[in-house]
Design a binder for this molecule. Structure first.
Ligand SMILES: Cc1ncc(C[n+]2csc(CCOP(=O)(O)OP(=O)(O)O)c2C)c(N)n1
Ligand SMILES: [Mg+2]
Length: 345
């Protein structure tokens, strides 16, 4: 693993470069691959149900789905220990599930139910679970980055060998607090893995119109921080790469900035039809779909047939439906909950 990072397509000025190919046999284990295939299908079906529930007015407010970015979500999670922390932005339903929060509780949270993971107080943008060390769900763009640095500081203070993964949007890297927090993390050697979910758009604006650099890993150069770039449409590459990064952070305690190249298929939120993108661009990215890529790999290597893959997808679909059905039956919070956690006792 490089000490100062790499970029597969261009030298970053780092000391060494590290490989990105899915060459390690551990990541070609059949049962592991089939299980992550099924989980990615479940995440996709879950988000499709969320969209459907929103458009049929089962809930309201903000709602941002993660469809297309499943490979990153799962590839990262599989590289972590349960005691590691995670913090994210508002596009985090399936990240919360990956971190261990039951999908039923995420659906119940969307519906504002008492048994939602934030007791129905948070909604789509504020999934949270202390138990599962998922520290939000944050609606303020970039707001999670200084919080992640704080958690990194606490991990070191308590002499633990956990790490914190902090997801950030590409547009969020233009926020001042992103730069302040990365500077602190690098200066104090905090065990933070900052992952840029580089889907190339901030709402409807192409990154090229807002950002002066061509590769977002270059943000790390200003802080002399370890960094790299990964093809996050491919779960095998992502998992192998992130596993190495995580092991390195645990060993060195140095933070890392990962530029994860991905794409969101839907608009920014439920109210955005995404018309600023061409059909050709969409088709180009959908051809690299993480679920299709892994399915093709499984078929090519005779690990699964088309029928077996369909059956795994069906299971994912049923699981998502069961989550929603469960959430439908849950009670709404008691009226006096509205005053809880507002003022100090
Ligand atoms: C401080 C702040 N400024 C602006 C907004 C409005 N806003 C919400 S999402 C967003 C774009 C963020 O894009 P990106 O960071 O790339 O994340 P993505 O939605 O692509 O996952 C903006 C400008 C906000 N929520 N907070
Ligand atoms: Mg973005």
């Amino acid at each position: 693993m490089s000490s100062k990072g790499h970029a597969p397509d261009k030298s970053s000025g780092g000391k060494q470069s590290s490989k990105q190919d899915a060459g390690n046999a551990a990541y070609q284990d059949k049962s592991w691959l089939l299980s992550v295939y099924q989980e990615m299908c479940y995440f996709r079906r879950f988000e499709e149900r969320v969209l459907q529930a929103y458009t049929t007015q089962k809930f309201a407010g903000f709602c941002h789905v993660h469809i297309g970015q499943e490979g990153l979500c799962l590839g990262v999670q599989k590289a972590l220990r349960p005691t590691d922390y995670m913090i994210s932005g508002y596009r985090s339903h399936t990240q919360a599930i990956a971190k261990g929060i039951p999908g039923q509780q995420v659906f119940a949270e969307l519906f504002g139910k008492a048994t939602g993971c934030s007791k129905g107080n948070g909604g789509s943008m504020h999934m949270f679970s202390k138990e599962h060390r998922f520290l939000g769900g944050h609606g303020i763009v970039g707001g999670q980055v200084p919080l992640a640095a704080g958690v990194g500081f606490a991990i070191n203070y308590e002499k633990k060998d956990d790490i914190i993964v902090c997801y950030i949007g590409d547009a969020a890297t233009n926020q001042g607090q992103f730069h302040e927090a990365l500077n602190m993390a690098a200066t104090w050697n905090l065990p933070c893995l900052f992952i840029i979910e580089n889907n190339r758009y901030g709402m409807g604006t192409d990154i090229k119109r807002t950002t002066s650099i061509d590769h977002l890993w270059k943000r790390a150069l200003a802080f002399d921080m370890d960094h790299g770039q990964v093809d996050a449409m491919n779960i095998q590459k992502t998992h192998e790469f992130v596993s190495n990064v995580v092991a390195n952070i645990r060993k060195t305690k140095r933070p890392y900035l990962l530029d994860a190249i991905c794409y969101r298929y839907k608009g920014h939120s439920v109210s955005d039809p995404g018309l600023y993108r061409t059909k050709e661009e969409m088709a180009e990215w959908m051809a690299k779909d993480p679920i299709i890529q892994l399915g093709d790999f499984l078929k090519k290597n005779k690990m699964a047939t088309e029928e077996e893959l369909k059956a795994l997808d069906k299971k994912g679909k049923e699981r998502a439906r069961a989550d929603e059905d469960w959430a439908d039956e849950q009670p709404i919070p008691p009226e006096d909950q509205v005053w809880q956690n507002v003022y100090a006792d």
